[in-house]
Design a protein. Sequence first.
Lengths: 251, 258
Amino acid sequence: MAAIELTDVSKAYRGQAQRVLSTTLKSFFTRDIWRRRAAAPPAAQKWALQNVSLRIERGSTVGIIGANGAGKSTLLKLISRILQPDAGRLVVNGHVAALIELGAGFHPELTGRENILINAVIMGLSRQQVSERMPAIVAFAGIGEAIDDPVRTYSSGMYARLGFAVAMHVDPDILLIDEILSVGDAAFTRKCQVALDSFKRQNRAIVVVSHSLETVASFCDRAIWMEHGRVRQRGPVDAVIAAYSEASLAA
Amino acid sequence: MRRALSALFRHRTLAEILVGRELKARYRGTWLGFLWSFANPLLTLSIYVLVFRVYIRIDIEHYPAFVLCGLLPWLSFSGGVAEGMGSLINNGGIIRKVYLPTEVFPFVAVSSNIIHFLFSLPVLVGIMIASHLHFTAHTLLLPVLLLLQFAFTYGVALFLASMAVQFRDLMHVVPNLLLIWFYLTPIFYASNMVPERLRLLVWLNPLSLLIEGYRCIFFEHRFPPGRHLAACAVASFFCLAVGTWVFARRRDMYAELV
């Protein structure tokens, strides 16, 4: 059983399109409330993802690469259920922890410790479980006394450490990481590497989105190259990265 | 509706933590701190007493206590609706990036305003004592009224929060509607002062029923008429059902539009 399986998944961004669609209250009520699902996306729709099919197995670490706007983050948001696909089938087997964007879900006025509680609870732990794991999380984050300061005083590296520390301790079957690994310092990157390796050995799946090919090369064993909302190429990490760099240089 | 409520129940720890944070954050960094819970309604109250009792000479006995019985629940309702409506938009940062049950945000706005109402009750006690009034066992009906108020407010807040994501104009329209609603609700006047032929305007308003209910148990030392309570319950749970239904139908678009 694959950890993640997408079959012909498409996603159009509603954004402004939707707002223009509902010009009158009447059309809004008849279409959007009663039959919103049945409404066909207009032709001019901008597709963030188009007919994407892929399988991500347990125990694998997959990097997603591609230019800005290629649909990498949209893919992660679909897997983490923040967004719903407009077409196609998406099956996710297991508990997902997503680190999408630095400091997402952190409240600037609260301390690191308070944010750990909120974040871990959002990711599905009980209060009891959080207090049991708190020392381990704080130790993994390794930001010392700062753990009791409001997180608005944190550097981006500290944000990343905190977010990563929580995600590693909520027992996810699938870990999604968007562009976070690259902000940590060498010591932390090393720590992540070790943690992710042990993750992989426990037969869990890891999906990493990054612009840093180095990061992808060092953390992942497979890669997916996205272009204009479609999968351009996938396979062993070295081959995909080589093809991608070649194409980028040519362009 | 059952499914929506069960999602909330599963995430009750999150709701609990967020309500606690909301209450703590409200007056963080202010000089008077928690005392604002008392000072705010007292300031509003003194304006009403000055204008309506002293200037306009409304003839109601123990006017400050009378007004306060309606004012405190109203502030809780309008606060819950206004904050609840903006709660998805204001938490857009997290909704776009973290998967979580979005109804937790209107829920937190409404519950923290209900709890805040409870915190401000000492003001009512103080004013009642100052007017040589006392509380009776009728006060024990308070939890029932609170439940109705919660259901009604939460239903309205869910509906508006869901709509405001798409129609931002609501953020400007609703405060004005709330002001009109305030004047149409018997808060600083009694429902029997409304001319007979307009009386329907009062009783079609679920908040009138609620506020009359609070006034009955605190001020008039009697239970509100059963048919009023029943009408209020029907209206409140109907609102809750509509609110949760609309909110759930439109759930998929929040992460894209906030």
